[in-house]
Design a protein around this ligand. Structure first.
Ligand code: ADP
Ligand code: MG
Length: 323
């Protein structure tokens, strides 16, 4: 179990992280989300022991994680960290980089393990290529493979797929997260991609202004986002007055995801179409409601300036009235 107890930190007098506490059980995955500059990378670096903590404690299985004041060499064997700027050895091959920390006493085992890892991150055809010749995304794959090579107990990933193109991202993400679960490796991921979070995270925290403003399962936060920052992480959403939707809720206004609005013939939200955005399987439609933009989906584009009525889907009504 990773335990983070009331930690605070700043590079200068300015506080970056302000009394942060959370815990992650063995084998679980925690996602850290928040806007750029909210302190996600700083938090991961603290978990790794990169800096000394002015306040609070970080423990892995009751062992304190200590900073450079107490550790000559930063980091611990049981923990691996893949930084946003992954640092690899440019002049040796993919295979050598990945095998770097594997023991040479068992050459066959080393060979088998390296091959397995190269396959996991889908770099077979680059096995003997020098790392300096790889693209950013390929380097990121090498960094990920190297981090899990010696099967750490806990792994810290900073935007692990940010350099990897969409063609391959989904497969790599599935392979990696499945692998970590199978091996019961605890994982903390800083990300701004909901695809890293929704299907994989057991818990997530949302950082804002140095504080944790939400800490729950992705499903609970998706269903009850409470703040615009949280809803916007998941999907296109609208803030609508509860009275405009005839909702039974004590909240004056509610968050409605774009996919939760549908056409109706009844008098409901009357909106005027302004713009169609092609989104692949659907169009995101921007319309005007009382001089404010409102977003919803439709399977075909709509005529600009056309007036239509929208209402909440039944599922959305239930979701929102539960809040
Ligand atoms: P995120 O990863 O969420 O984008 P960071 O943890 O990188 O956020 O940064 C949080 C804040 O700390 C930012 O305001 C950033 O400018 C500042 N910061 C990050 N690294 C350093 C550093 N080494 N020295 C001083 N300030 C830093
Ligand atoms: Mg960062």
């Amino acid at each position: 179990m990773l335990q983070v107890q009331n930690i605070s930190f700043g590079y200068t007098k300015k506080t970056i992280l302000d009394h942060i506490s959370f815990s992650v059980a063995q084998g679980e995955q925690l996602s850290i989300i928040g806007e750029s500059g909210s302190g996600k990378s700083t938090l991961l670096k603290l978990l790794y022991g990169t800096y000394d903590l002015p306040e609070g404690d970080i423990l892995w299985k009751d062992q304190p994680i200590l900073g450079p004041k107490y550790n000559l060499v930063i980091g611990y064997d049981f923990m691996k960290y893949v930084a946003q700027e992954f640092d690899l050895m440019p002049f040796i091959s993919v295979k050598e980089n990945i095998g770097k920390f594997l023991s040479n006493f068992f050459p066959e085992e080393k060979e088998r393990r390296t091959t397995e890892l190269i396959e996991l991150v889908d770099l077979v055809e680059f096995t003997d290529v020098k790392v300096k010749l790889l693209s950013g995304g390929q380097k990121q794959r090498v960094a990920l493979a190297r981090a899990i090579a010696r099967q750490p107990e806990i792994i810290l990933l900073d935007e692990p797929f940010s350099h990897i193109d969409n063609f391959q991202k989904q497969t790599l993400r599935r392979n990696l997260f499945k692998y970590l679960k199978e091996k019961n490796i605890t994982c903390v991921v800083a990300t701004h991609d909901r695809e890293d979070v929704l299907p994989y995270a057991d818990q997530m925290i949302v950082l804002n202004d140095g504080k944790i403003i939400a800490y729950d399962t992705p499903e609970n936060l998706y269903k009850q986002p409470e703040k615009p920052l949280i809803a916007s992480f998941f999907d296109e959403f609208n803030t609508i007055k509860a009275s405009d939707l005839n909702l039974e809720t004590t909240n004056a206004s509610v968050f409605v995801y774009a996919h939760e609005l549908q056409f109706t013939k009844e008098a409901a939200l009357e909106v005027e179409i302004k713009h169609n955005y092609f989104r692949g399987h659907l169009y995101l439609i921007e319309a005007d409601f009382n001089s404010e933009s409102i977003f919803f989906y439709n399977n075909s584009p709509l005529n600009i300036n056309q007036v239509v009525n929208l209402k909440l889907t039944e599922t959305a009504k239930k979701r929102i009235e539960l809040q």
